[in-house]
Design a protein around this ligand. Structure first.
Ligand code: FE2
Length: 281
């Protein structure tokens, strides 16, 4: 290869790399952050009461309102959720982003929008690290008809006197999390923001843990996975784990943090269908 040809090839390669990067950035900014994926999972467990067989849970997380999620796309997501007719809706934190100017108008807009989410049994929420940037989270979430669980739990029933317990923990980074709470012997679902916290829950015999926070890394490379995840989501970065017989699902969430980019991590919600093992056979 003569020098002229070498120069030409290097120039072409640089042009190709620059153009490729621009296309990827454009995709990650404007296409990757739009739309909605509904991930559906079937969870079969012999501990689930028969009266809860077929239960539908919608899991929303990391809305980061004010970044790539605004009123218009949040309303679209809500109408998709309501079409599924869930029994339970859970939210695992980071409702808004630290960068959001949460004035009265935005606060009311959030409440009036989230209020439209419909669930036959109830809506339950925990706080995320970003929600600690002001003291409005509890007011917004409870006025949106969510039950706010902060190191607390609720016993729920479905058509029968068999019970399921829903537990919610405070944020492990910014809050005062307490794993020393006494729980029932019922089937237990725990909500928390940071998935890595599951290692501290093993003695509580939780059946199902639902978490968020990781955003799946926001930028994922096929085969390799995420390039970066925040503290609290360093160990558990994928969508599903079984840790000491506890099933954990991590939602990659809806909005963005720091960079308004998503690549191979489209905005998503999770739909779980719970089955009692005996009834399914
Ligand atoms: Fe988040």
């Amino acid at each position: 290869m003569n020098n002229e040809n070498k120069k030409f090839n290097i120039k072409s390669l640089i042009k190709f790399l620059i153009l490729g990067s621009i296309i990827i950035l454009f995709y990650a900014r404007f296409i990757g952050t739009n739309g909605l994926i509904i991930n559906e999972y079937a969870i079969t467990d012999s501990n689930l009461p028969a009266s809860f067989n077929g239960l539908k849970i919608i899991h929303l997380s990391d809305i980061h309102y004010g970044t790539t999620i605004n009123k218009k796309n949040l309303e679209k997501i809500i109408s998709e959720v309501n079409n599924i007719k869930p029994d339970i809706i859970v939210f695992t934190g980071d409702l808004y982003d630290e960068s959001l100017n949460l004035n009265d108008e935005v606060k009311n807009e959030l409440i009036n929008t989230l209020k439209k989410l419909e669930a036959t049994i109830g809506k339950y929420a925990v706080i995320g690290n970003h929600d600690y940037c002001n003291n409005l989270y509890e007011e917004i979430i409870t006025n949106s008809d969510f039950i706010y669980l902060k190191n607390d739990s609720k016993i729920i029933y479905n058509k029968d006197n068999e019970a399921v317990e829903i537990i919610g923990f405070d944020d492990a980074i910014k809050g005062n999390v307490n794993y020393n709470i006494s729980l029932s012997d019922n089937y237990k679902i725990a909500l928390m923001h940071e998935p890595d916290e599951i290692d501290k829950l093993t003695s509580l015999n939780i059946n199902l843990v639902l978490a968020g926070h990781s955003h799946g890394g926001q930028i994922r490379i096929p085969i390799i996975g995420s390039l970066y995840t925040p503290n609290g989501a360093k160990k558990y970065t994928n969508e599903y784990y079984n840790v000491s017989n506890t099933n954990m699902y991590i939602s990659y969430g809806l909005g963005t943090s720091i960079l308004k980019l998503r690549f191979f991590t489209k905005p998503s919600i999770n739909l779980y269908r719970l089955y009692n093992a005996q009834m399914k056979n």
